[in-house]
Design a protein around this ligand. Structure first.
Ligand code: NAD
Length: 442
C-alpha cells in the first residue's frame, strides 16, 4: 500500500519535503496555518524561490498525489506518518529557540490522532525536545491511539533543497524502537537504495547532530573572517591563505571564503540556541566560543558599513549607494538575518540613498524594509551611484562587466563583499575596489 504522509509546516523545508515525498511516490498532504501560503501551494505555485521545486510542486499537485490543507483533523485521517517541519526561530526576548510552533503542531496532531501513527520531527530543536515531546504525547494521546515519535533532522541547503532532499549526504534518525526504524527505512527506501549513509541513533544524538553541523560550519566561516580582520590590518591575501590551508585534506577549502558573514534562517539562530540550551544545562562555558563566532560574524557587517562611510568621506547623507544582492545567499529569496540587507538598512539609516537590486530577494526585503529603493536591474540600481556594494554573490553579479557598470555609475568605486570579482580586470577599467581581508588605504 502507498505510504500516506503528512508534512506539518510548509515553509522552505516543509514544502520541499512534501514535494520530494510525492516524488518518491507517496500520498502527501501538507498542512500550514498560513492561508495565503496554502492557497498558492494548492494552486501549484511555490510562494518562495527554490530552483527545481516549482516543477515538482506543479507535477504532483496536478497528479493529485500532493495536496494541502489547514485541517489537523483531515491530516490525522489521511496520513499515518507525520513530518513536523514548522519554524523554530530565535525568541524575541532571548537567544533561545522559540518552541511554541513545534509544541503547537505536535499538540494539534496528538489531539486528532485516534489510531496508530508515527510523528517524525525534522525541525532543528534544542537537545531534549524530542524526549520532552515524547512524554507529552504519552500523557495526552487519545485512549486507544498508539503514537510514536522519532527525530530526523534536516540538512538541506536553500538553493539546493531538492537535490539535498532526494540525494542527501546522509540520513540521521533518532529513534526509540525498531518499529519506528522500520517505518523510516520504508519512507527513505528509494534514497537508501542510492547507498546514502544512514545514521541510526537515539533522540538526543539526532538533535545534537544537526546543531553540531551548523555550529561547525559557522565556526569555519568565522575562523576565516577572523583572519580577514588580521589581513585587513597587516596586509596579506586572505584568498591565498584560505587556498593554502584548504589544500590540507584535514581542513578542506569549503566554507573558508572571507565575506560579509553568514546569515539566513538557520546558522545565526542555531548557534545562539545551542549556546542558550547548554547554558540551561549548566554548561555555560562549554559553548562560549560560539559567542565569539557570532561576534566575529556580526563585525563583518560593521566593517562594510564603516568602509563605505570612510570611502564616502564620512558623510553618507545624500550619497547614492548601489546595493547588489540582499538575500543571505544566492539562489534563494530568503532575507532572514541577511548580512546584505542589514548593511543596506544601516547605510540608509545613516542618510544614504540606497538603491537595491536582487534577482529574487527584492519582494521579501521590501516586506521587511519598504523604505529602501528597490529596482528591477543592476543597471537601474547603479545609476549615478557614488559607491557600489556587491553583497550577495549571484551569478549575474559575478558576470558583471566592469566597463558596462562603469558607464552607469557616478564614481567607479566598489566594495566586493564576497571577493568574487577579478580585481586586476576591474582595476584596469579604472575601478577603485576592495573587499574582505584586504588592507585598504584611502
Ligand atoms: P519557515 O518559516 O519557512 O516555515 C515554517 C512554516 O511553519 C511556516 O509556513 C509557518 O506558517 C508554519 N507553521 C507555524 N506554526 C504552525 C503550526 N502550528 N502548524 C502548521 N504549520 C505551522 O521555516 P523553514 O526555513 O522551513 O524552517 C523550518 C525548520 O526547519 C526550522 O526548525 C529550521 O531551523 C529547520 N531547517 C531549515 C532549513 C532551511 O534551509 N530553511 C534547513 C534545515 C533545517
Amino acid at each position: 500500500m502507498t505510504l500516506r504522509i503528512s508534512v506539518i509546516g510548509t515553509g522552505y523545508l516543509g514544502a520541499t519535503h512534501a514535494a520530494c515525498m510525492a516524488e518518491l511516490g507517496y500520498e502527501v498532504i501538507g498542512l500550514d496555518v498560513n492561508a495565503e501560503k496554502l492557497q498558492a501551494l494548492s494552486a501549484g505555485i511555490l510562494p518562495f524561490h527554490e530552483p527545481g521545486l516549482p516543477e515538482l510542486l506543479r507535477k504532483h499537485v496536478a497528479s493529485g498525489r500532493l495536496r494541502f490543507t489547514d485541517s489537523y483533523e483531515e491530516v490525522a485521517q489521511r496520513a499515518d506518518i507525520h513530518f513536523v517541519t514548522v519554524g523554530t526561530p530565535q525568541r524575541a526576548d532571548s537567544q533561545s529557540a522559540d518552541m511554541s510552533y513545534v509544541d503547537a503542531a505536535v499538540d494539534s496532531l496528538v489531539a486528532n490522532i485516534s489510531g496508530e501513527a508515527l510523528i517524525v520531527g525534522k525541525s532543528t530543536v534544542p537537545v531534549g525536545t524530542a524526549r520532552r515531546l515524547s512524554e507529552r504525547i504519552e500523557a495526552t494521546a487519545k485512549p486507544g491511539s498508539k503514537i510514536s515519535l522519532a527525530w530526523n533532522p534536516e540538512f538541506l541547503r536553500e538553493g539546493f533543497a531538492v537535490k539535498d532532499t532526494l540525494t542527501p549526504d546522509r540520513l540521521v534518525y533518532g529513534i526509540q524502537d525498531d518499529t519506528c526504524l522500520a517505518k523510516l527505512r520504508e519512507v527513505y527506501a528509494p534514497i537508501l537504495a542510492l547507498d546514502t549513509p544512514e545514521v541510526v541513533t537515539d533522540l538526543e544524538t539526532s538533535e545534537l547532530v544537526k546543531v553540531a553541523a551548523n555550529a561547525f560550519l559557522a565556526t569555519k566561516i568565522s575562523f576565516i573572517n577572523a583572519f580577514a580582520e588580521v589581513t585587513e590590518t597587516v596586509g596579506g591575501d586572505i584568498k591565498t591563505l584560505a587556498d593554502a590551508i584548504g589544500h590540507d585534506a584535514r581542513i578542506g577549502r569549503k566554507f573558508l571564503n572571507a565575506g560579509v558573514g553568514f546569515g539566513g534562517g538557520c546558522l545565526p539562530k542555531d548557534i545562539r540556541a545551542l549556546q542558550a540550551r547548554v547554558s540551561e544545562l549548566g554548561l555555560s562555558q562549554t559553548m562560549g566560543f560560539l559567542d565569539e563566532v557570532d561576534q566575529i560574524n556580526l563585525r563583518r557587517r560593521d566593517r562594510v558599513v564603516s568602509l563605505a562611510s570612510s570611502i564616502l568621506g564620512n558623510q553618507l547623507a545624500g550619497k547614492r549607494i548601489c546595493v547588489l544582492g540582499v538575500t543571505f545567499k544566492p539562489d534563494s529569496d530568503d532575507v532572514r538575518d541577511s548580512p546584505a540587507l542589514d548593511i543596506a538598512v544601516r547605510l540608509y539609516n545613516s542618510g544614504a540613498e540606497v538603491s537595491v537590486y536582487d534577482p529574487e530577494g527584492n519582494k521579501n526585503a521590501a516586506g521587511r524594509f519598504p523604505r529602501l529603493n528597490y529596482v528591477e536591474s543592476w543597471r537601474e540600481a547603479a545609476k549615478e551611484s557614488d559607491l557600489v556594494l556587491l553583497l550577495t554573490e549571484w551569478k549575474e553579479f559575478r558576470a558583471l562587466d566592469p566597463q558596462e557598470l562603469g558607464e552607469v555609475v557616478s564614481s567607479r568605486v566598489l566594495i566586493d563583499g564576497r571577493n568574487v570579482l577579478d580585481r586586476p580586470l576591474w582595476r584596469d577599467q579604472g575601478w577603485v575596489m576592495t573587499g574582505p581581508g584586504e588592507k585598504f588605504d584611502l
